[in-house]
Design a binder for this molecule. Structure first.
Ligand code: AMP
Ligand code: ZN
Length: 112
């Protein structure tokens, strides 16, 4: 499948990993918009938030626990951070493999 994140998960494209377990991978975004900008992804290809199924509920929970772990690991748990999942055209999703941006390390603004 022609999916850049599947290739990262398969080790075919290099990434700077910060967390990995059986079902979840976290790595640095190649084009960070803040001092901390990590992508947290399921290892299984799920195209977007809209494609999550009832069977994926445990996996979604694991992704959230991974986000919590990465926030602590990257030192932004106390200062605060933001988690974003861009979805579809208006959401400006460019990679069609479910991913959560974890952004922090500076004061963020709220403007969409
Ligand atoms: P989105 O626009 O929400 O779909 O986010 C896709 C993100 O993937 C962007 O922030 C890109 O900078 C990031 N990205 C694309 N290719 C790579 C790569 N090879 N390694 C790490 N991050 C990437
Ligand atoms: Zn994929």
């Amino acid at each position: 499948m022609d999916c850049i994140f599947c290739k990262i998960i398969a080790g075919e494209i290099p990434s700077q990993k910060v967390y990995e377990d059986d079902r979840v991978l976290a790595f640095h975004d190649i084009n960070p918009i803040a001092p901390v900008h990590i992508l947290v992804v399921p290892k299984r290809h799920i195209p977007s938030l809209l494609a999550i199924q009832s069977d994926d509920q445990e996996l979604v929970g694991e992704l959230h626990l991974a986000l919590q772990h990465v926030a602590k690991e990257m030192g932004v748990a106390d200062s605060g951070f933001r988690v974003i999942t861009n979805t579809g055209t208006h959401g400006q999703q460019t990679v069609h493999h479910l991913h959560y941006h974890l952004i922090g390390g500076r004061q963020l603004e709220w403007k969409a």
